[in-house]
Ligand binder design. Sequence first.
Ligand code: UGA
Length: 429
Amino acid sequence: MKITFIGHGYVGLVTAAVFGDFGNEVFVIGHTKKKIEDLRRGIIPFYEPGLAELVKKNIEAARLTFTLDYTPAIPESDAIFIAVGTPTTKTGDADLSTVLEVAKKIGKSLEGYTVVATKSTVPTGTNKKVQRILDETKSRGAEVDYASVPEFLREGTAISDTMNPDRVVIGTESKRAQELLVKLHEPIGAPILLTDFETAELIKYASNSFLALKISYANAIAKLSELVGANALKVLEGIGMDKRIGNMFLAPGPGYGGSCFPKDVKALISIAKDNDYAFSLLEEVEIINHQARRDIVRKARKILGDVRGKKIGILGLAFKANTDDMREAASIDIITMLENDGAKITAFDPKAQDNAKEVLPKISYADDIYAVADSADLLILLTEWNEFMELNFDEIKKRMKALNIIDARNIYDPENLRALGFNYIGVGR
Ligand code: UGA
């Protein structure tokens, strides 16, 4: 099939490359000349394991074309996916201006029969709006069906998530569009759930918010475990062994971040509010998430007494491992609070350092892992990068001024570190 993706962020670019790899002819439309020129040369605007190789392979096979123009991509395509950003507005709603703008441009270029599907995360009712715009802007000869096909990939594992998802959700009222989209997704081999627009839209927000809720639940259990002297990791393991609960997304830590959970929890609260429902359960999820961040700072204050002038080394800045993404990273809040306390911060992240410099311009950045330990009074591990798993703690010991470590992701063995003389503090253990 010939398909077009509008947008080349995580969702647009990864899904386009994967559909290209399945043998489709794929166009990717962007609106920044420099980015499109880079993409044509295989330069990816963000770090995602395996993506540069997959994009290059499919450019070389002429299955992936990057362009700024809506023609010939739109008139030639069997299916078009809208995969542009929907950032949070000041009121907590999703900003739909780009989605609606793009819909107008698509409508004007449509020819023959086309399925237009939204992959961007959009509140219930948006797809009906997009459908209206397409119907109003398309020429008489063009025939269009509309669908909502939400995306469930995670950063850091985006390609394997796209190739092996737990499910594909296709929301459309048209049988013809349903058949085309089912056929397009067949190589993935995942169960397909067929729904209407509103249901597909809500599945996306409800999934992300439920996962955020699981993480906040784990953080609340971690807090309580610390208070009663239980080991939260064992408590959560015990919970997760119940198949009805499951063991994933129950890792306590510095709170969820990234471009999705914080935004989508807010948006779902806002959607509920617009419909006169107070989703206070999710408001509590947000409160616990902020507490998880503040709790790391509280632990640092407890260890150091007066934080002013103390040297703190930070291991990891990205919102999770295997990404250079700093959006809503816990590190931003935690480091800002410690800076306000007067701490001197030195940080290291294997991939996110350049992006971090834009949001945390005042701290020092180390060139290697061990340099963050130089004369440090405290080390705080914030991102669970593989590089940090097997550190040479004898070397770290030699460099640190005082042997304090807060392991905000629980990646180290407390007994080992305590045996080496460290004052080890984890989350919930
Ligand atoms: C999330 C969802 O997992 C995807 O299914 C979804 O498609 C995506 O949002 C999206 O809407 O685009 P992502 O934000 O890339 O994916 O990353 P996650 O792996 O879900 O992690 C989100 C945050 O939760 C990270 O800060 C991570 O460290 C934190 N987390 C995750 C925990 O604190 N504990 C856990 O057990 C799991």
